[in-house]
Ligand binder design. Structure first.
Ligand code: NAG
Ligand code: NAG
Ligand code: NAG
Length: 250
């Protein structure tokens, strides 16, 4: 329903563009808009995503594509699933659908479409359907054409040198799993490949229900990572290197 949570606030970042003359911090793939028209913000965001996703080590901004989920336990009804050494890829190719910024009202909205792949190890212990499960192996989850809508309440603040910065006060998101989620999971039931395959097939046939059940913690985790990444970027790069529009009084 409409309360699915979305991912990738990181895109926030994308507000900016091109630090021309005075830019000291902003990388050159940032092309600041001279106004807040959506068309410019969309283009600027789209331009920034591929490079931004790689991370900006000199600014202390980690990579988002790939990013690593070291360990993520998910308690489902009856089954405890743990993801280990998960690697999330695909964000650098996200397509920007819309960006809106209302500086006076501290609102920033972003809508993107992404194909995301999560690959890693897993363990699953408990009961699944009627069967005791004790699985351990490799898993891959492919999410096709997910749509993430992110609504950020921004703030402004001054750094120690007195330069203005964007900040993130809080955020909300919706995450639509999109056209299809493909699961490839081996060894769900140790020593029983037939049952493993049958259950995997069931998971894929019912991907939407399955994903809504267990996707939320993963999405929430990914969202946290992207928002934290965006915060680091905003802390490092002053407002006037991101947007060439006078900052509202605050
Ligand atoms: C903003 O204005 C500057 C100076 O006129 C121009 O060089 C730059 O291309 C403009 N930026 C965008 C994104 O249109
Ligand atoms: C995602 O992948 C599908 C199928 O390969 C492709 O048609 C679609 O354009 C991709 N979407 C994005 C946002 O890259
Ligand atoms: C996301 O961050 C919030 C606040 O820091 C925390 O309470 C929550 O447990 C985190 N969620 C995940 C899935 O990491």
């Amino acid at each position: 329903m409409c309360e699915k949570r979305g991912i990738f606030a990181f895109l926030t970042v994308l507000l900016a563009f091109d630090g021309y003359t005075t830019a000291q911090f902003a990388p050159d793939f940032i092309h600041p808009c001279n106004n807040t028209e959506s068309s410019c913000l969309i283009q600027a965001t789209q331009d920034a995503i591929p490079e931004f996703s790689k991370g900006l080590p000199n600014l202390g901004v980690p990579a988002l594509d790939p990013f690593v989920i070291e360990e993520l336990p998910i308690q489902l009804p009856g089954v405890k699933v743990t993801f280990l050494q998960g690697k999330v890829t695909g964000l650098r190719k996200c397509q920007v659908l819309n960006v809106e910024a209302y500086l006076e009202r501290n609102i920033f909205m972003l809508e993107i479409k992404c194909n995301i792949t999560i690959k890693g190890k897993y363990t699953a212990v408990g009961r699944l359907l009627l069967f005791p499960i004790n699985g351990e192996g490799d898993s891959k989850i492919k999410i096709v054409n997910s749509v993430i809508k992110l609504n950020i309440k921004t703030k402004y603040f001054k750094d120690a040198e007195g330069r203005d910065h964007f900040g993130i006060k809080n955020y909300k998101y919706t995450f639509d799993y999109g056209d299809r989620v493909h699961y490839t999971i081996n060894n769900l039931f140790k020593g029983n490949p037939e049952l493993s395959n049958t259950v995997l097939q069931f998971l894929n046939e019912n991907w939407r229900v399955v994903t809504e059940e267990f996707g939320q913690p993963v999405v929430e985790y990914a969202m946290n990572v992207t928002i934290e990444t965006a915060r680091k970027f905003f802390n490092a790069v002053p407002y006037d290197e991101l947007l060439h529009v006078p900052i509202p009084k605050y």
